[in-house]
Ligand binder design. Structure first.
Ligand SMILES: [Zn+2]
Length: 237
């Protein structure tokens, strides 16, 4: 949605259970259904920081535009016990009416600045790829369920058949199913994989593992015995 009158920053959260937004000190407290309580940095602070950063980004480009923000709870099952005092909280279906309700003061940006800014935003966009969660939270590989995940039904444990993969649950075959599973390895476990790890994770033999790893666009390092394959996720634009 584009408007020349203002910018909107949305901070999306998907935390289950009931949520309590504390303002002093700013903190988010999550009470899960199993009784567990977790504390997070307040999304209000994150939102304010992102609005400040966006505002600085606009000033660098000599653009003066009012900015608004809101916190979006991605799933309607989330329950808010205590909302933050001064920040709007929205469920996804309330985002369009919220955006439409914002005041349109003055003339807004002229057409050429507006078009330039739209293109500049897209040009400067960078995909954020976080560090693998296993590394961030010291989760052992053994805690991750191995197996090729079916791209159709999500079942983990597709069987290798000649030149393809077969899902015993939904009967679908897909010859590239291993690629998505390996991408998940690189995103979740670590950025590198060895032949042995690939064998254990996908449940294939040494030759199939080699063929699969060589067939993906990976960076190899090391010699024959300790060769590892690396996925460098580009910051795509
Ligand atoms: Zn399936």
């Amino acid at each position: 949605m584009k408007t020349p009158h203002y910018g909107v920053v949305l901070e999306t959260k998907n935390l289950a259970g009931s949520l309590e937004f504390r303002d002093n000190p700013p903190q988010l407290i999550q009470k899960r259904e199993d009784g567990q309580i977790k504390y997070y940095e307040s999304p209000v602070v994150q939102l304010e920081r992102n609005i400040e950063l966006f505002s600085a980004w606009l000033s660098e480009r000599n653009i003066d535009l009012p900015l608004y923000g809101a916190i979006v709870l991605a799933y309607p099952k989330q329950h808010v016990d205590i909302p933050p005092a001064n920040t709007k909280i929205l469920f996804p279906n309330l985002v369009p009416p919220f955006i439409k309700s914002l005041p349109r003061e003055g003339m807004g940006l002229d057409t050429s600045s507006f078009n330039w800014l739209s293109a500049e935003l897209i040009r400067c966009h960078q995909t954020y790829i976080p560090k693998p969660v296993c590394e961030s939270y010291q989760i052992p590989v053994s805690a991750i369920k191995p197996g090729v995940r079916c791209v159709s039904c999500g079942n983990i444990g597709m069987n290798k058949i000649p030149r393809s993969w077969h899902c015993p649950v939904c009967k679908v075959t897909n010859h590239l199913a291993h690629e998505q599973t390996l991408n998940e390895w690189f995103l979740v476990v670590k950025r590198t994989i060895t032949n042995r790890e690939c064998r254990e994770f996908l449940g294939v033999d040494i030759h199939t593992a080699k063929r699969i790893l060589m067939g993906m666009d990976l960076i190899t390092s090391g010699t024959f015995r300790d060769r590892s394959y690396r996925m460098d996720f580009p910051q795509k634009r």
